[in-house]
Write a protein of this length. Structure first.
Length: 166
């Protein structure tokens, strides 16, 4: 799929400089407790599904769209499991971004996992004790999604008067 037309227009105006962007992440558990992952085309690594919402798109709608685009599975978002700020990402074309990601625990409601677009090489469910190599950020999101409790977020790290000076 690549870059959305909205993001392309934004990049055409600001170039490759650092952009802080919204994002969604789907942690999809089936009835057997397995997690749905896809192997990304751009880097060959396994990952949870996610992406950037389009303008005027609700986060849950963006999440459902992204999962379907990447896996052919329609999901129901159940709850927010965490809010995360990603590390700064530098892309091969020179673009720099950082994402504020809202992660949702989801349940599949239809569709069989398959490669459904040009962003995925493989799509399948994994048992939690047989996960492939995943980034530490994705492992953390999975751990938080397994907990039945309040959503995770990073706690403030200092005096608000000092934080506002940044």
């Amino acid at each position: 799929m690549g870059m959305s037309s909205y993001l392309k227009q934004l990049r055409d105006r600001v170039g490759g400089q650092l952009l802080l962007l919204p994002g969604v992440s789907a942690i999809v558990f089936n009835d057997a407790g397995e997690i749905l992952l896809h192997r990304r085309y751009d880097n060959g690594k396994w990952a949870i599904m996610g992406g950037i919402p389009d303008p005027d798109e609700q986060l849950a709608d963006a999440l459902v769209r992204e999962v379907w685009e990447e896996t052919g599975v329609t999901v129901e978002p159940l709850n927010v499991t965490g809010v995360y700020t990603s590390p700064i990402v530098s892309y091969p074309n020179g673009d720099i971004a950082q994402y504020v990601i809202v992660a949702f625990r989801c349940h599949p409601i239809s569709g069989a996992p398959r490669v459904n677009d040009d962003e995925s090489l493989e799509v399948r469910y994994f048992k939690l004790d047989e996960l492939p190599d995943l980034s530490k950020e994705h492992l953390l999101r999975i751990e938080h999604a397994k907990i039945d409790g309040p959503a995770y977020f990073s706690r403030p790290t200092g005096d608000p008067r000092e934080l506002s000076q940044g």
